[in-house]
Structure formats: C-alpha cells, structure tokens
Design a protein around this ligand. Structure first.
Ligand SMILES: [Mn+2]
Length: 338
C-alpha cells in the first residue's frame, strides 16, 4: 500500500452512486488531467460521474483523453443535491477549488487528494503527499486499488506530471516522480503527444507578445533580478494573451545568468496588474507576491493588484523586490563567510 487512506476512499466510492469531480479555478493541466484520470477509473467502476469546472477550460488541453466530459458551471448556482460524494483533486482549499472566497461548502461527503504543502484538509478523508503533482499521487492511489492502467489513462496521468513538474524541473520532482513516469511510459503513455501539446504549441501572437516583454526587459545587476512591465494598451494590441505572462516568467525570466529571480508584470485589465515571479536560486519569491496580496511557493508566485499610476505601481514592486533581494544577498554572503 502506498497510502493508508486508499482503502477508506475506495470504500466511500463503492458506497456512492453518483460522484462529483471538479477542476479548480483557472484549471491547469494537472487539475484537468487528475480529474479526467479519476473520471476514467470511476466510470470503469460503473459509477455515475460528473466533472465540472468553475472556469472555462482552455482548449489547448483538449488533447487530454475525455476532455469533452468537463462541463463549465456557474459554481454559485450549482445544485449538489444529486451527489453522494465529492472528490476534490489538486486544490489546497475549498476557496482555491471554487475560486471564490468563503463560499459555503456543499453539504455532501468530501474526499480530497492533493500534493500542495498548503493543503487545509477540508474533506472527511484527506490524502496528501507533497510531490510533483496530483497525477503522481493518483497513480499510486490507483496502484493501491489494483486498477489496470490503460494507454489513455497513462497519457492522462503523465500529462499532469509533465506539466506540474515543468518537465521534471521543479524542486518537487522526486525519485518517485521519475519512477511513476517511467511506469506510465512503459504502460503506453503518449509522450510525443504530451510534449507537442504542452510545450511545442505556443500561439504565434503569444510569442510576439513575449517580444514586447523582452523589449522592455531590464536587469538589476546589483540586486540580481530581471523584470519587465507591459501596460494595458500593449496587452490589448497583442490580443490579450492571458497565459503569456506566467509562461514567459517560467520559460524566460527565471533563466537569466547571474540573477536570483525574474518578475513579469502585465496590466491585464485597466488599472489592474497581474504579476508572475519565478526564482532561479533559493530566493523565495512568494515574499514579494504576499506584499501585493498574492500567494505561491518559494520558486513560483503571483499576485493581482489594483493601482492608479502604472510607473509608480511598477516602482513599488521593484522597491519591494530590492528589499528582499538585499536580505537574501546578505544572508547568502554570511553563510559563505561561515
Ligand atoms: Mn497540481
């Protein structure tokens, strides 16, 4: 047995007739894939399953098997009364799942399966392993349940692992991540399709927008970071590529030699800034995000915040970044002296 919770969860599933699965707000590939993997396994057990999403699911992920089973709903009006069980995947809190603060939790039995260290254990049974992805955890759960992994299921699970580990680069990429991935490849996961769709399918317009970001890229050599800031008129001009910012932060702005981190700021709505931060070293970017009402991890964080004057708002971010950068540089040099 990989997990002591596996049996109790399976017992709950066996007793349930109709089970609800739900993607989290702004569903990412691990959210989509973990839900569709669970969908495949539970329909195989002849259960009635609905997979809902509180947000539109990006069509870029329609290569994931059974993608068309996800139904977008208005979560504030959703009727839960039909279901015996709610399995919440890849969401550290109910707020994160629905994307609305303090929305009342439905009055049905809830199980959570997750990989975020910030998980608030909001279900009756909570299975948490801090690792690459919920899909990695699910593979081990399915193993405990004795599920036969089909090619489709293997592709689905490996999609979540590839995406959430950013091709095995995050610090939550453990030996278990490689072992599970190896097993999934052996079982017929279509790695070519996953790589093509996840990493080699950028929209032309999005890359042109990256050009705009790169044009405005600056380096602060003293405090060791790069940053860019793009105003709303440019965001509009390039067709509002909403996903461009976090992708650019991961793919470009965290890769600059002699820096500790990168910041990408885009005015995605008039007078609202959306910021993505990525760390290249041990620098904790979530500290900066938190000062602007955001959240995230040490290596990757983000924030949305209102502002009045664009240049002043960007300057405020830079001042905050320099404050934490200074602390980090001093700490690192102290360690070296010891
Ligand atoms: Mn995840």
């Amino acid at each position: 047995m990989n997990y002591k919770e596996s049996k109790d969860i399976l017992d709950k599933i066996k007793k349930a007739k109709k089970i609800l699965l739900s993607c989290h707000k702004s569903p990412d590939p691990d959210s989509i894939a973990s839900n569709l993997a669970m969908y495949q396994v539970l329909t195989g057990m002849k259960k009635l399953i609905d997979v809902i999403s509180p947000d539109t699911v990006h069509s870029a992920y329609n290569f994931v098997p059974y993608f068309d089973k996800i139904i977008k709903v208005d979560i504030t009006k959703f009727d839960y009364s039909d279901y015996d069980l709610f399995i919440a995947l890849d969401s550290s809190s109910y707020d994160q799942l629905v994307g609305i603060k303090d929305l009342k939790m439905p009055n049905i039995s809830m199980v959570t399966i997750d990989h975020h260290s910030t998980n608030e254990k909001y279900g009756e049974i909570n299975l948490l392993e801090v690792t690459s992805s919920t899909c990695e955890v699910l593979y081990k759960v399915f193993h405990d349940w004795g599920i036969k992994i089909t090619k489709n299921l293997a592709t689905t699970l490996l999609t979540g692992i590839y995406a959430d580990s950013v091709s095995f680069q995050t610090d939550k990429t453990y030996s278990s991540t490689f072992i599970v991935s190896g097993e999934l490849v052996k079982l017929g996961a279509n790695t070519k399709d996953i790589i093509l769709n996840l990493f080699h399918s950028n929209e032309y317009k999005l890359l042109k927008f990256w050009g705009e970001m790169l044009k405005n890229m600056n380096i602060d050599s003293e405090y060791r970071f790069v940053w860019t800031a793009v105003p709303y008129d440019k965001f509009l001009e390039f067709g509002k590529p909403g996903e461009a910012k976090s992708l650019a932060a991961s793919v470009i702005f965290r890769t600059v030699k002699n820096t500790d981190f990168g910041i990408v700021i885009v005015e995605q709505r008039p007078n609202v800034l959306n910021m993505s931060l990525r760390s290249r070293t041990n620098f904790d970017v979530s500290k900066i995000a938190q000062e602007f009402g955001g959240s995230g991890h040490k290596a990757s964080a983000g924030a949305w915040f209102d502002f009045e004057n664009f240049d002043e708002a960007v300057e405020k971010v830079l001042v905050t970044a320099r404050k934490y950068a200074k602390e980090y540089i001093e700490e690192s040099s102290n360690k070296k002296e010891l």
